[in-house]
Design a protein around this ligand. Structure first.
Ligand SMILES: Cc1cc2nc3c(=O)[nH]c(=O)nc-3n(C[C@H](O)[C@H](O)[C@H](O)COP(=O)(O)OP(=O)(O)OC[C@H]3O[C@@H](n4cnc5c(N)ncnc54)[C@H](O)[C@@H]3O)c2cc1C
Length: 662
């Protein structure tokens, strides 16, 4: 079937491509850009004094695809010449003007380049240690404590021991499972419990409680896809996903909603998969909630949540406690560092649950190994071909394959394997999240406390089941600057200094519009996505509501996260004017910051090959014994945080597969 491989997706494994290698001119331009975003100021070091350019190049080597590396080199060459003058020869105010002109450019590619540089340079600037190895000299100035405890003082509970791969290997089993996150982890647990011989292939590495020291930079680099730098093609939405054993379930915020009844019925009606509304799916949800110990007993509100509650209650709006998949969660200062792994072992990730079950039932694990393609014969899956980071080839022959590499990488894997169904990669939903920052007189320390304790569904149904929900989460400097506008170094420093007193309200959109995942020549996926007018209207109403919540909670100043610094002081400025300024700046690529924590729908289940990529039991329409078991299977956006839904679908599909193989 390899002859079916489209020519533009010939595999070139990561780690083997040439390093970024900048020319001396490109390097000087990069230094100058970094030191324009963050020059020495009021005793703070410059970005280059902190080593930002070197780290950026290292991160690019580790995380960027070959085409992205070429783009970076090209960008730096183009950047150096600004209207006939060398960027590196300009004064600081002139260089700042150049940066703003790229930020406000009418050309989307320029805005995208600006946003990509802004996010990566400023995130590193606020996360890197001091040159002497001490804490970051910028964030310590406003009281951010950095990592909570030295690594290694948490109990070491590691039970899973991955297979060592020191040469090319060939293995055999019943089912190869690609990916170990919410979907892959559950499938592995179910299949191994059914007595099948399972091998889990995971591209990321294996970390456990003792490895999680709460350091933001280490957390992003080790545990997140591309170190947290993934974004849509135009940088309009940053895409966050886990990339370690356990996938997103290791870094996620433990919010554990069952699929809402109305969404289940909508899915059954629209996709033709009756099971979504039926007993079997209800039983799957029950089984997942039981295995993850989902409970309402760990809802001690952080100061961020208290602010949100205060605002919601004084507006008489809906507010409720989050169901969470934790056991013995301390709900204290440490808990705010949960996005970089739970050091007390309370989070019931797949590593603690389904993968532990699979391991106990004899499953084998391979980490740091990236599945390149599924092997096929006579229209059926026969195993996978993978490559380790060190370049060793791995061939697994199996009776069936589970694809669970997440909604970006599963469609890429299917395409690389020669599948042609037109729906593979289409229908991408992102639950784009924007937010408002309220500055309070009281100290909030938004990086502390229960990661997510409360939510509001007040505006969940603005039209036809689509709308926004409100949640708040721990805000650390690196994540904060991802959202924060940059109009000049001094204004930016002022903005970031407000972090200890900032309350944040996240506006999470159930998007009706869709994007798509394409596969680049380098074989890596790239997401294309544009907010529809319908969705923009809901975001706008969500932002208006968030401003009302922060006003009612007593915020002294309220900031949006647009590319321009748009803010007002309740009682002095008006919310209407604030929204008018936001409208004038715009809500799309490079105009307003969005992040996606939930990617869905790129290999959706359905009743016909014309409308979907997979059959009602998750098997692909193109290839037998190849079953998709991750968020790609969603018919559209779930509207709630998706982990429990993903696991329930995976549970259902894996049970079907087990029955078939038995
Ligand atoms: C910061 C954050 C917070 C979140 N909070 C919540 C929350 O509170 N509640 C909630 O319900 N959801 C939350 N989510 C979302 C949820 O965690 C994800 O939707 C879910 O983990 C996705 O499951 P998945 O199986 O589709 O993919 P993932 O969990 O992303 O797993 C995919 C795995 O496949 C691996 N992989 C990719 N390509 C390959 C390949 N070629 N070969 C081998 N392995 C590969 C990846 O490394 C990864 O480990 C959060 C997500 C993030 C990033």
């Amino acid at each position: 079937m390899t002859e079916l491989l489209p020519v533009d997706v010939v595999e070139r494994p990561r780690g083997r491509c040439a390093p970024v290698r900048l020319s001396s001119g490109q390097r000087r331009t990069l230094d100058a850009i970094c030191d324009t975003f963050a020059p020495p100021l009021d005793g703070r070091p410059s970005a280059s004094e902190l080593g930002v350019p070197e780290t950026l190049i290292e991160a690019a080597d580790a995380n960027l695809s070959p085409s992205e590396r070429t783009q970076l080199r090209l960008l730096l060459s183009v950047w150096e010449w600004q209207r006939g003058r060398r960027f590196t020869s300009l004064s600081l105010p002139e260089r700042e003007r150049v940066l703003r002109s790229w930020c406000d450019s009418r050309i989307p590619a320029r805005r995208a380049a600006f946003q990509s540089l802004r996010k990566s340079i400023l995130a590193l600037y606020h996360m890197l240690p001091a040159p002497d190895g001490g804490p970051n000299p910028v964030t310590t100035r406003f009281g951010y404590p950095g990592p909570r405890r030295p690594a290694g003082d948490a109990p070491r509970r590691r039970s899973i021991v991955p297979l060592p791969v020191e040469r090319d290997v060939e293995l055999e089993c019943d089912v190869s499972v690609v990916g170990s996150g919410a979907g892959g982890g559950t499938a592995a647990g179910v299949l191994a419990a059914a007595g099948l011989d399972v091998i889990v292939i995971e591209a990321g590495d294996h970390y456990d409680d003792a490895d999680f020291d709460g350091d933001e930079l280490r957390g992003w680099m080790r545990l997140y896809l591309q170190g947290g730098a993934t974004a849509t093609h135009d940088q309009s939405v940053g895409i966050l996903a886990g990339a370690c054993l356990g996938g997103g379930t290791v870094v996620n915020y433990t919010t554990s909603f069952r699929t809402p009844e109305e969404v289940r019925h909508e899915w059954a009606r629209r996709s033709g998969v009756a099971a979504f509304a039926g007993e079997e799916f209800s039983r799957s949800l029950d089984a997942v909630c039981a295995r993850l110990s989902v409970n309402l007993d760990h809802g001690k509100a952080s100061s961020r949540d208290e602010i949100m509650r205060r605002g919601l209650e004084s507006l008489d709006w809906h507010v409720e406690a989050m169901p969470r998949n934790v056991l013995g969660c301390t709900q204290d200062v440490d808990c705010g560092y949960c996005g970089f792994g739970c050091r007390v072992g309370a989070k019931q990730s797949t590593v603690k649950t389904w993968l532990a079950d699979a391991h106990a039932a004899g499953a084998r694990f391979m980490v740091g190994a990236r599945a390149e393609r599924v092997t096929l014969a006579n229209g059926a899956a026969t195993g996978i071909v993978a490559r380790t980071r060190d370049g060793h080839g791995v061939t697994v022959r199996s009776r069936a394959v589970v694809a669970a590499a997440g909604s970006l990488h599963t469609p890429a894997l299917l395409r690389r394997s020669g599948l042609r169904n037109a729906n593979i990669g289409r229908h991408l939903r992102l639950h784009p999240v924007t937010g408002l920052l309220g500055v309070f007189d009281e100290e909030v320390r938004p990086w502390e406390g229960t990661i997510q304790a409360l939510y509001s569904d007040q505006l969940r149904d603005l039209h036809d089941g689509y709308g926004v929900r409100y949640e708040t989460t721990a805000l650390h400097p690196g994540l904060m600057v991802g959202f924060a506008p940059w109009r000049g170094a001094a204004d930016h420093a002022e903005f970031v200094r407000a972090l200890p007193n900032a309350g944040v309200i996240g506006v999470l959109l159930r998007d009706r519009g869709a994007g798509e995942v394409r596969v680049r020549r380098s074989a890596d996926p790239i997401a294309r996505y544009r907010l529809s007018d319908y969705d923009v209207e809901h975001v706008r109403r969500g932002v208006d509501g968030a401003a009302r919540i922060l006003e009612a909670a007593g915020a002294r100043r309220i900031h949006s996260v647009h590319a321009k610094d748009i803010a007002y002081e309740p009682g002095r400025g008006s919310r209407e004017r604030f929204l008018a300024e936001a409208d004038a700046c715009g809500w799309r690529a490079g105009q307003c910051a969005f992040y996606s924590f939930h990617q869905m729908g790129t290999a959706r289940m359905g009743s016909t090959p014309e409308s979907s990529a997979c059959r009602p039991d998750g098997e692909t329409w193109d290839v037998r014994n190849l079953t998709v078991c991750d968020a790609s299977t969603f018919p559209n956006a779930s509207g709630v945080n998706p982990m429990v839904t993903i696991e329930a679908i995976s549970y259902m599909n894996a049970n079907e597969l087990a029955a078939k193989l038995r």
